[in-house]
Write a protein that binds this ligand. Structure first.
Ligand SMILES: *Cc1c(COP(=O)(O)O)cnc(C)c1O
Length: 219
């Protein structure tokens, strides 16, 4: 696999779902990957990446931004409230807005900067205790709270439980988004991005299928 094959599969899945070409954005998830693999994907012309850790992103992306204009880096990992300010300096989008304390911090920073990133509310569609995200029944209230704080929301994000059929989770997220008047749907990873596109994903987050397996021991 690799970037060109995954890009082709995203375009084919868009067409199969009757969606407009380019309506799905491919986020290349570069967490823990060696710099030379990331650089190869940059050299191939890709400009949209996802990271999970603020520290790792801070050490990796300033240099790349200087060399590759037009870059966008999205935060897709859990975000500590005390890193909200740094996150706004590093990322064009945050996919993991999942609690009132983080919303408050972000709202304060957004006011101070006069600019907001693209924001996705993470929903814990599988109700997994160890996983972040608001519970589905709490999403509507949380979305209303964010809007009251003048936080512009782009959409919803989910990570279905490992080993489960992801499709009911994608469908549930799409329904919640429609009910809340949100267009963005961040869902689908290496193993299931085509199913996510069929269910309406606007952003798929694909790591290992583009870069190869992550080696956490070396990271
Ligand atoms: C790591 C990660 C991905 C990418 O996972 P792959 O299976 O390598 O495609 C996508 N989304 C989130 C939230 C992740 O943490």
């Amino acid at each position: 696999m690799g970037l060109s094959e995954i890009t082709a599969r995203v375009r084919a899945a868009e067409a199969a779902a009757g969606r407009a070409e380019g309506s799905v954005r491919l986020i290349a998830v570069s967490k823990v990957q060696p710099l030379e693999r990331v650089e190869a994907v940059l050299e191939a012309g890709h400009r949209l990446f996802g990271e999970n850790y603020v520290q790792e992103a801070a050490s990796k992306w300033p240099d790349f931004r200087a060399r590759f204009p037009g870059l966008e880096v999205h935060m897709i990992g859990p975000l500590q409230s005390n890193k909200a300010k740094q996150a706004l300096e590093l990322f064009e989008a945050i996919h993991t807005l999942d609690r009132p304390s983080l919303a408050k911090k972000l709202a304060t920073q957004v006011q101070a900067r006069g600019a907001a990133p693209e924001l996705f509310v993470q929903v814990n569609t599988g109700r997994e205790p160890q996983k972040a995200g608001v519970l589905p029944e709490a999403a509507e209230t949380f979305i209303a709270d964010c809007r009251r704080m003048d936080l512009p929301l782009a959409g919803l994000m989910c990570i279905p439980p490992e080993g489960a059929d992801p499709v009911p989770h994608f469908t549930a997220l799409a329904r919640l988004a429609a009910e809340s008047g949100l267009h963005g749907l961040s869902m689908g990873m290496s193993a299931d991005f085509e199913a996510a596109i069929a269910a309406g994903a606007t952003h798929v987050r694909v790591g290992s299928a583009i870069f190869g397996a992550r080696d956490y021991a070396k990271a």
